[in-house]
Write a protein that binds this ligand. Sequence first.
Ligand code: SF4
Length: 542
Amino acid sequence: MPTSVRQPDVRRVYLETFGCQMNVLDSQLVSSQLRAMGYQFVDDWKIADVVLYNTCSVREHAEQKVWSRVGEVGQHKKQRPDLVLGLIGCMAERDGVGMIRRYPQIDLLCGPGELDKLPMLIDNVVKTDVPFRGRPSQVQTALQGNTHRRSATLAAAEDQLELLDLSRSFSPDEVSGAAYVRITRGCNKFCTYCVVPFTRGAEVHRPPDHIVDECRRLVEAGTQEITLLGQTVNHYHYDHGAAVTVDGMQQPQVGAAVKNKGNSFGITLGAVADSAFGRGAAGRRITSFADLLARIHDEVPDLQRLRFVTSFPRDFGDDILQVMAERPRICRYLHLPAQSGSNRVLERMNRGYTVEQYLELIDRIRASLPEVTLAGDVICGFPTETEVDHQATCRLLERVRYKNCFVFKYSPRPGTTAAQRFTDDVPDEVKRRRNNELLAVQSRVSQSVHNEYVGKRVRVFVESISQRARKEQQWGDGATEFQRVELGWEPPTTQLTGRTDGDLIVIFEGSPSWIGSIHEVLVERAAPLTLFGRLAEPVATV
Ligand code: SF4
């Protein structure tokens, strides 16, 4: 954290997050950093001195929401010209200073690769006299730039952004029962529809020692469930550099957890390190994703659950499956987006696999982990998608049997290959219909997957009071633990919501004091997205 930044005069910050889990984690880290500098966080933007929107460019809908918020704050700034408005995250990175001409109420822009500089940017805005703010030359910016690509070989320890992750707070006030831990930043895949490689830059992998240490400290502070995050999380590999023996010779070393037998599809870098042709050959020591999972599981024995998202199908090797099968506290849950059931569309998306390869991977996963649950993503209405392609995607949903699948209507994202090269030629009403048909297929599949749990006992990590109970108790959807405690009202039991280790949502009656801990629930009823049950009786022992 920069120490030269003076103690702020402004103290109240409102931070709203749009988009993915990576943004949620970025917001948590930014909050920790600003809190440590004396800023306080408020839930109402109208009483804030600094309003920050952590933005997402992946979907058009999320962008529209941000513009509407920026418009509202612009109106409010007529009465509060000293209010600081900042856009951070992917929209800031992608649109850059161009957006300032349209929205002069914006005082600062900070891309996702520069968040460690945010306190300094806020401080610079505050030091700028109010009449000068809003002028393009005065807007504070820290943007990586679309063309600036960080090198994947850059040791993350030397990367300034690593300091943001390392500055995470382990104070019991800020640590909750479930936490995200980043293991990679950026993405190298360049799927043609996706803006992430342009906004978050090239893949950089964090050092495994930093990750294991972060997990250990989170668990010591009370965390029970950790989700490892990466845009293509299973592509994680950390190159430690060449190991040299005492006589100066390079010493061959490979990932330690398990040696992959190798597949034509899904070969992983633990295996590549052992091969004659791959990156990591010639004696370089590699920590593969399978190695990392094994290390966290084995070196943090009090961690109850370890998850990871999002997996990229092409990089999913048998070494990961073997580590998962041998280690019970790694959740049997995979988010493995297919995106389409048509090979022609997959090729235009540049996904790098065929439907047959994807299904072969699903079969291998189910053979190794029979109790696994799967989640997916599909895009409908990608340029040139025909009715035949669409039906193929419907069949894929039925064949894979995801417990849930996110269905998105394609919209061209500025700067992507698809937006530049392909005409958005599927009419919106056709996209809408296909979207609804996919949702209907998935709803039937989800109901059937959930039905299989009725009558079974499941272990549930309790996350919160259910939305229905919140409304009935008039806390409102946005009620925080802090507000609940402030209100001083604790019902003896209420409706709780939590997740199984397979990420199935479970609703049951229990004490609010159970939030953040794991309880066994007997499932009595199933809906497409939710299981309903009651606390299971303890099993009698003789
Ligand atoms: S894998 Fe493809 S969809 Fe996922 S972040 Fe990378 S480019 Fe985007």
